[in-house]
Design a protein around this ligand. Structure first.
Ligand code: ZN
Length: 153
């Protein structure tokens, strides 16, 4: 497999891979003021129409490149807490924590994006259904999940 983790993402709105972080967007909706329903999509250029737009409630978007590396960690953590500088309590802006962690892992944890389509597969459930909370999301486990090697093959 020639895939390099954290370099390409499956667009949530078309069958094609995203390979240019400057030509794609992370988008989300607000529900009661909180962020939810995160999407990773191609920008609407070159005839693409992956961006669902504000009519579908996706009024907020930031280029995917901002979510990568250390800067991306800092950006996404600021959604959970503004921290000590602003000194305002209870500043969580994330409405759905599971959807947020899915987004965070897609953009930060090596091999999560590649393994993601296989989480419901019989083989994945067989080998990982009974493990502890973090084992399925370790980069090595994710790589073996992506490559269909969980059985030790
Ligand atoms: Zn697309």
């Amino acid at each position: 497999m020639t895939t390099t983790p954290l370099k390409s993402w499956q667009c949530d709105r078309c069958p094609d891979l995203i390979t240019d972080p400057d030509m794609s967007l992370v988008m989300w909706r607000r529900e009661d003021g909180k962020f939810t329903d995160f999407l990773i999509v191609h920008k609407s250029t070159d005839g693409r129409s992956c961006d669902p737009g504000s009519r579908a409630g996706y009024q907020e978007s930031v280029e995917l490149s901002n979510f990568l590396g250390d800067t991306g960690v800092a950006l996404m953590l600021s959604w959970l807490s503004m921290g000590p500088v602003r000194g305002v309590p209870d500043t969580n802006r994330v409405g759905d924590l599971d959807k947020f962690v899915d987004l965070f892992r897609r953009l930060q944890v090596p091999w999560y994006e590649e393994a993601r389509p296989r989480f419901q597969d019989e083989e994945t459930q067989h080998w990982l259904g009974d493990t502890n909370e973090y084992y399925p999301y370790l980069p090595d486990t994710l790589k073996r999940t992506a490559e269909g090697r969980l059985g030790g093959r």
